[in-house]
Design a protein around this ligand. Structure first.
Ligand code: MCA
Ligand code: AMP
Length: 502
């Protein structure tokens, strides 16, 4: 990869090349052309410059989904800043950690939270952005000159930091480089046969790898169009599908559409490809989707640290319950606990290497070292087996992680807070099968006295923890099952309460 062959250069070249083509169509709003998006991103470069954000500086962003937010991402790349998006559901208490850890030069927050954050982070340059483009960021953009200049960057420079919660409860920032993101996007565009006339139905949030990189890079690097929905809701998605050819979603998108009485094969007559990822797609959902729509969902697998790792094929057999083959240039092995590759068919941990693998965790060299083998393979913590021909089937997770509706919840983070709730002696947080979210967060509590209710727990966590991480159920037990070493046996709890949500 040549020095100028970076994600930033590739995106800027595509914006210029496709200037007159439609880029982001906002249903109920207007369609932004490539040149309009480009022009706005160039003005936002001026805003970043005025705000003092230079090359390598982090720009922390907790703003709702909007075209302006996409332009801000592009402006950060142009300026050589490091884009750091965080989940819009995080509470101010959670945001304080990211401000402290990322030490950003600029924090762009939701417009209606501007006053709160300006007061909380007096030392920090805070700008605001609402989902209709309101706020101080766009005000400033109105009065600066745009610049088409692109900051010098090398393939190994960090383009973005994506926070992914750690097993200890502290979020780790995965540093993704220009090379990581560009190589992955190019592979996916090729593998999924992106066409000139493709229209992507985009209903994902844009603070994670899935909605921000996988979805948007496929569109922006090919000069194609996206139907840019503010969020996932079955009715608008069904309606917009008439104009789309590709949809990317988490499994909850598919189950919710299947559950909608108005969803029929006719709604997706013009679609060529449905892609699923971020959480396991059940064979049941795969089959129900095929029998209703005639489409076999293409499931792929990835992580914040690596972007996409494997994919089912576009033309070959898409096998339900599997995540397909290693992407070109990515090497996947199934290993035992010490990194030794296991024979095909045996269950072990997925380890990978390739141009997509991140540079390390932001300012956490020890954590980074812990997750790499000496030969450079990254330990994903996902358990899988591989068939003779290299097809991967994920069977579980070695890491204590819950995936709910495509969002990760680290039990430790929730347990620490519940342990402090009045009336709780100790607790264990687990994920149980949930018909809507795939897994639902459950707190198994050992109470001091009578018992602790869900509403007591939720009230106590209010303001401290994003709602999607909070328990959907609380179960009281006289004691937690432990093994001889004193470790809580979460598997036993998962078995005992497996039917809680069914
Ligand atoms: C919302 N709620 C949730 C979730 N989302 N609870 C559990 N899990 C969730 N995922 C809660 C809210 O806190 C609220 O609770 C109630 O549900 C309704 O909130 P609402 O905002 O209306 O929810 P929704 O709009 O129905 O959202 C569900 C959703 C959304 C559409 C599934 O979560 C979503 O878009 N998920 C996609 C996540 C994603 O993009 N993941 C990619 C990351 P209360 O009523 O108690 O307040 S993974 C990734 O990038 C890797 C690399 C990969 O492989 O792709
Ligand atoms: P994150 O890095 O926070 O986005 O989450 C990555 C995790 O999501 C992976 O380590 C997997 O556990 C899970 N994941 C992503 N895609 C899939 C999939 N198709 N099937 C099963 N798990 C998945």
């Amino acid at each position: 990869m040549a020095a100028e062959d970076t994600l930033t250069h590739a995106l800027c070249a595509s914006l210029a090349e496709h200037a007159n083509r439609p880029c982001l169509r906002v249903p109920g709003g207007r369609t932004w052309s490539y040149s309009e998006l480009d022009a706005l991103s160039q003005r936002l470069v001026g805003v970043l410059e005025d705000a003092g954000a230079g090359s390598g500086d982090r720009v922390l962003v907790q703003a709702g989904k909007s075209v302006e937010a996409v332009a801000l991402y592009l402006a950060c790349l142009r300026r050589g800043c490091v884009y750091v998006p965080i989940n819009t559901a995080y509470t101010p208490a959670e945001v304080a950690y990211f401000v402290d850890n990322a030490a950003p030069a600029v924090f762009v927050c939701a417009h209606d939270q501007g006053a709160e954050f300006l007061a909380a982070f007096a030392q920090l340059r805070v700008l605001t952005l609402g989902i209709a483009g309101e706020g101080t960021l766009m005000e400033a953009a109105g009065s600066v000159a745009g610049t088409a200049a692109i900051a010098e960057s090398a393939p190994d420079d960090v383009a973005a930091v994506l926070y992914t919660s750690g097993t200890t409860g502290r979020s780790k920032g995965a540093m993704l480089t220009q090379r990581n993101l560009l190589s992955n996007a190019r592979v996916l565009i090729d593998l999924w046969g992106w066409r000139d006339d493709d229209v992507l139905l985009h209903a994902l949030p844009i603070f994670h790898v899935h909605g921000l990189f996988v979805a948007l890079h496929c569109v922006l690097l090919t000069g194609t169009e996206a139907l840019f929905l503010p969020r996932f809701e079955p009715e608008p998605v069904m309606h917009e599908m008439a104009d789309a050819t590709v949809m990317m979603g988490v499994p909850t998108f598919y189950t919710r559409l299947l559950d909608h009485p108005g969803f029929t094969a006719a709604a997706c007559a013009g679609m060529r490809l449905f892609i699923s990822g971020s959480a396991p797609l059940t064979e049941q959902t795969f089959k129900a989707w095929e029998s209703l729509t005639g489409h076999r969902i293409l499931e792929r697998y990835g992580m914040s640290e690596t972007a996409m790792i494997t994919s089912n094929p576009l033309d070959g057999e898409r096998v339900p319950g599997t995540v397909g083959y290693a992407l070109p240039e990515v090497s996947v092995r199934i290993a035992d606990g010490s990194g030794t590759e296991l024979p095909r068919g045996e269950v072990g941990i997925i380890e990978i290497t390739g141009p997509n693998v991140f540079k390390g965790y932001w300012q956490m060299p020890e954590k980074t070292a812990e997750e790499f083998r000496s030969d450079g393979y990254f330990i994903t913590g996902d358990m899988a087996r591989m068939s003779e021909d290299g097809r991967v089937r994920i069977v579980g997770r070695a890491k204590d992680l819950i995936i709910s509706g495509g969002y990760n919840v680290y039990p430790k983070e929730v347990e620490k807070l519940i342990d402090d709730v009045a009336g709780v002696r100790e607790c264990a947080v687990i994920g149980l099968p949930h018909p809507d979210f795939g897994e639902g967060v459950v707190a198994v509590v050992v109470p001091e006295g009578e018992g602790v209710s869900l509403s007591q727990v939720r009230q106590a966590l209010e303001g401290q923890l994003a709602n999607f991480k909070q328990p959907k159920e609380v179960v009281n037990l006289p004691e937690l099952p432990r093994n001889a070493m004193g470790k809580v046996q979460k598997n036993a709890l998962r078995d005992q309460f497996a039917d809680l949500f069914s």
